[in-house]
Write a protein that binds this ligand. Sequence first.
Ligand code: FDA
Length: 305
Amino acid sequence: MMRSVILAAARSSKIERLVGTAPVSRSLVRRYVAGETTAEAVATTRALAADGLLVTLDYLGEDTVVVEQADATRDEYLSLLAALKGEGLSKAAEVSVKLSALGQRLDAELAYDRAREICTAAADAGTTVTVDMEDHTVTDSTLEIVQRLREEFTLTGAVLQAYLRRTEDDCKAHAVADSRIRLCKGAYKEPESVAYQRSLDVDRSYVRCINALMAGDGYPMLATHDPRLIEIGIDRARWYDRDKDSFEFQMLYGIRSSEQLRLAAEGYRMRVYVPYGDQWYGYLMRRMAERPANLAVFLRSLWTK
Ligand code: FDA
């Protein structure tokens, strides 16, 4: 119930304006967001890489219906990739991109064109792109665009969400050579017709999806903070005789940081998803929804500096 209310608020521009003008505590935003500028994103990447962690950088923004904003998002990714290359960080860091920030809801073809430019810059820098997954109304369109990108940029990654009933089949279909699939639970409010509603059912689906990905020939990227699912991932990798460099774990910046370091120290590939930019509202609200205990902190922060 609480999760649904917060996720509905995440999509409300009225509440976004309210929160945007409130003195939301900087430290709360900074817990989950690396900063507003390219320089801050690069500095965070450098620090995480020094700790033996891999990074995927997300320039925050979504649901753009303004062409100029979609172009500006593409331009920021191009600058970021040039900076990563210049700083010698493109082995440690890739980028994550939301197609809705590139104008998918306006014109999917133009979003593809902008994503293609980002993939070209990533290839030039010697790194990769993973395309984030948004709500179920864009799942097919997003997977089609990833498929087209992969024809030119084989290692372009896709995200599959275990809460969707279709995802076990999608995992089986995508567990092929060179595919990079990030498996997450799913962060949007979805109807029962397409998504499991009980967390136990989502977790069971996640385990079936781990099995499908680990059994296949692709490169699974297990994006979760859930200790049980991480243990199951390690177990299944052993069962399918996979080397530690044939899959990776991923977690969000600011969540379970000591666990991130522990897994890296044990020789697992551990990638941190690092968001930056000033469009943090939707991202922050989804993090609040994942852990309603955070909500009290958030509400208090609306009234304090
Ligand atoms: P779960 O929510 O059950 O959390 C397990 C434990 O982790 C909690 O008990 C708590 O200890 C800790 N934790 C989790 N969230 C926390 C929070 N916000 N604050 C503090 N502690 C927290 N989703 C999507 O729909 N599309 C996408 O493209 C992506 N991309 C993505 C990339 C990466 C790298 C990650 C890690 C996640 C995503 N997600 C996503 C988000 C994902 O779908 C999911 O909402 C979150 O990862 C939370 O689910 P967990 O698997 O961590 O389990």
